[in-house]
Design a protein around this ligand. Structure first.
Ligand code: HEM
Length: 447
């Protein structure tokens, strides 16, 4: 087996302490995942974990993370548990193997070209207005559920802006079944569990079938009329590789599910954390209100407001630092590899945790403090220190889309509403497809 070598040997390696016989570190990882993972950096730059019969290696040093994710020719896969999820988002971009990934990624990048962003932002602003229109003073809302409704509406609209011509989109319940069902498959440690006849699996299959039918109708309709609807589906339909080959209908369907899966819970979790952090830091919230009162004066935020909303943008960056929705990434090594001078065998799982990286006190002083102003001085963090959108070939395609959506949503909502968490119900980080605050209900007060 060839040995792929990353140069330099100055990185330390260790096995995490406290492993139990047979189970190893799995109980600690399950019981207190965030503290456990964040604490690993104290033991070394590359830390080995025993998870039952399996070994996993956690890259804790930013430079190791950069090398691992940038030099991706020695590993494959993506997402939290790539190999256990062959049926998750079909053969969508995030799940497909490296060779297919490169071809597909080149075809999809134009979907997120800068020139398209103002168009998406205009649709995003309309969906934010529509989702929050029914809110009334004194309403108590389930914040993660409300933010998830908002981001699903935005993603569905930006995927299918021309849907009016081809009939209704699948409803919120259907979208929900797809995102949760596909998410469960990505997180599921047992291969084949997705095929069991459980109610959740049945809902997922029905919803995917609905979405396949709607997408099929839309594809036929878009192909027949041949216009660019300035949405993601139009880009998918127009995409061609170097040989002039386009994506098949089945491939387009898989990408649609990938966008829904990748773009909804992540941005919803970011927004939910932002409301928790703003409520806990009233001085920052007052400064945010001052910024919004000056710039927006009560109206919804638009794409051309973005340069005038620097504090709102810093709040999003700082929220993503403290609570990166994708808190753990995994890669499977395809060759024996030297990582920071230490041999890691082919087939091993290497884990990267943005949560761990973002809480390194040597990079972010007082790492637990919510301090959006740290981004005034940390102009551009060194590669590998800040990775809410991953790094390298498989990093997020929708990063600007997602942050723009988050800034517009925070600005538009905070300009009109104060969100006050229900007292006596402490919010905890909960591991799901994304790292989310739960339970989190709050009262809306009109400003
Ligand atoms: C705050 C919001 C978001 C966060 C924190 C986030 C985070 C991430 C991360 C960490 C990855 C890399 C996974 C890995 O390396 O294994 C990723 C991949 C991806 N994201 Fe996002 N994402 C967000 C929003 C979005 C949005 C809005 C979209 C699309 C509408 C999107 C589309 C994708 C796609 C297509 C990939 C796969 C890229 C590839 O494999 O080449 N994301 N995202």
């Amino acid at each position: 087996m060839p040995i792929h070598s990353f140069p330099t040997t100055r990185f330390t390696a260790a096995t995490a302490p406290g492993g139990l016989p047979l189970l190893g570190h799995a109980p600690a990882l399950l019981r207190r995942p965030f503290d456990f993972v964040a604490g690993l950096a104290a033991h070394g730059d590359l830390v080995r974990l025993r998870l039952g019969p399996l070994d996993a290696y956690v890259a804790c040093h930013p430079e190791l993370v950069r090398r691992l994710l940038d030099e991706d020719h020695a590993h494959d896969g993506g997402g939290p548990a790539p190999d256990s999820a062959p049926e998750a988002p079909g053969d969508g971009l995030a799940a497909c193997p490296a060779t297919a990934h490169r071809r597909r990624q080149r075809m999809l990048q134009p979907a997120f070209h800068r020139a398209r962003l103002p168009g998406y932002a205009a649709m995003t602003a309309e969906e934010i207005a529509g989702t929050t229109a029914p809110w009334r003073d004194g309403d108590v809302i389930d914040v993660p559920a409300a933010m998830y409704r908002l981001t699903t509406a935005v993603t569905a609209r930006c995927l299918f802006a021309g849907h009016d011509r081809a009939g209704a989109l699948p409803g919120q319940a259907s979208m929900d079944a797809i995102v949760r069902g596909a998410g469960r498959r990505v997180m599921m440690p047992l291969p084949g569990a997705g095929r069991l006849p459980t109610p959740g699996n049945r809902r997922y299959r029905r919803a995917r079938q609905d979405l396949r039918e709607v997408t099929g109708r839309l594809i036929a309709d878009y192909r027949a009329d041949g216009t660019d609807h300035h949405d993601l589906l139009s880009v998918l339909l127009g995409a061609v590789d170097e040989d002039g080959q386009g994506l098949s209908d089945a491939e387009i369907h898989d990408q649609v599910v990938t966008f829904l899966l990748a773009g909804t819970e992540t941005t919803a979790a970011t927004l939910s954390w932002a409301w928790t952090l703003l409520a806990a830091n009233p001085a920052v919230r007052e400064r945010l209100h001052a910024e919004l009162d000056t710039v927006l004066d009560g109206r919804p935020a638009r794409h051309d407001d973005l340069p005038a909303l620097p504090l709102t943008a810093r709040i999003v960056s700082e929220t993503l630092r403290l609570y990166p929705p994708v808190w753990l990434l995994s890669r499977t090594l395809t060759a024996d590899t030297r990582l920071g001078g230490h041999r890691v065998p082919a087939g091993a799982t290497v884990l990267v945790s943005p949560y761990l990286l973002h809480r390194r006190a040597d990079v972010f002083p007082c790492p637990g403090r919510f301090d959006p102003d740290r981004w005034l001085t940390t102009a551009r963090p060194a590669a590998g220190t800040y990775a809410p959108f991953g790094l390298g070939a498989r990093s997020c395609l929708g990063d600007t889309f997602g942050t723009t959506e988050a800034v517009l949503a925070i600005a538009t909502i905070a300009a009109r509403w104060t969100i006050t968490p229900t007292p006596g119900r402490p919010v905890r980080p909960v591991r799901g497809l994304s790292l989310s605050p739960r339970p989190f209900t709050a009262t809306l007060t009109r400003r």
